[in-house]
Design a protein around this ligand. Sequence first.
Ligand code: PMP
Length: 377
Amino acid sequence: MIPGPIEISPAVAEAAAAKPSSHVSAGLIEHFGSALERMRTVWKAGPEAQPMVIAGGGTLAMEIAVCNLLEPGDRALVVNTGYFGDRMAEMLDRRGVSVDQLRCEPGQAPSAEQIAQALDAANYRAVAVTHVDTSTGVRADVESVCRLARDRGVLSIVDGVCATAGERFEMQAWGADAYLTASQKAIGLPPGLALLVFSARAAERRASLTTKPPMTLDLHQWQPILAAYEARKPSYFSTPATTLIKALDVGLAEIGDIDAAVARHQQVADAMREGWSTLGLSLLPEEDLAANTLSAIRYPQGVGPELPKAVAARGVAVAGGLHPDLKTQYFRVGHMGYSARRPDHLLTTMRAVGEALGACGHSADVEGAVRAVASRI
Ligand code: PMP
């Protein structure tokens, strides 16, 4: 129950454990093409958008977005809500981009007015934002970022690693240009795939770059290959992760209706929050900013990083803090993907955290918390 890698379903586990197939076999071509189509649906991207799948993690997906949309001499704004905003800023800096940051206290997020003001302060090529910052459990106002950027002719990059398939996102309607994620979170796979969708405007920007991206990360290099797979034709540039791509098709199919999947994550998050509050715990993010996909929870008075260990002793893995400023003051529990569809996972987790609190000297209403969650899922 850490915020990724998450538990995976039996069907995904079976697909991910299969023998690797050739990258030009009929079976792989069908799964690859189908996975790309399903990505358009989950991202709510239009037919002109370009989905891309490549072996790697979320950080690689961030790098691919950065080097295809920006080049040395560009200027970019980072709407920074935590650890992964810092990473994005450093990545942009390494690409030779001058970076401004709109920062906030941990647990908070800049308002639409602040974002609009920041965007108007300089001539930006792009704005980057983390949809859900996994270090703080904060959900940023991505719709406003994308719409405000679009109105101003600024490109938008959204890090959806801890959000995609668990938070509302509408690529086409909001006008996002690059929306990226990784396989090990709400998509429901093992780690190993970087997943992105680029807008048509992003592809145009790639075409106008004078400093090309590294070859393996280049959207232009991949576009004909991806188009071929979507047209169910064999193609080759660099060997894809064939086993994981089959598993991706299975995982995306399991997500089913994306609106229903997001609504389920919202329902689960509300239920878990009711449970935390019954245990006497409070969240790090301000209430209306708390993500659907994870909870970042403050340790109560007298309890500290020994809590996740006491939870682990009860058979459930939860994560410690990640934000460098307040790492030892909170812990994190993921509730996304397969586990969001498994009431037993959620109830076992609530019980384990409640009992671990007791073992750490903070008596809590464990039965009340478990009942509070059970009645809402
Ligand atoms: N962005 C966010 C919001 C993340 O949560 C993570 C991983 N936890 C990353 C980027 C980086 O992904 P990876 O560890 O797969 O490189």
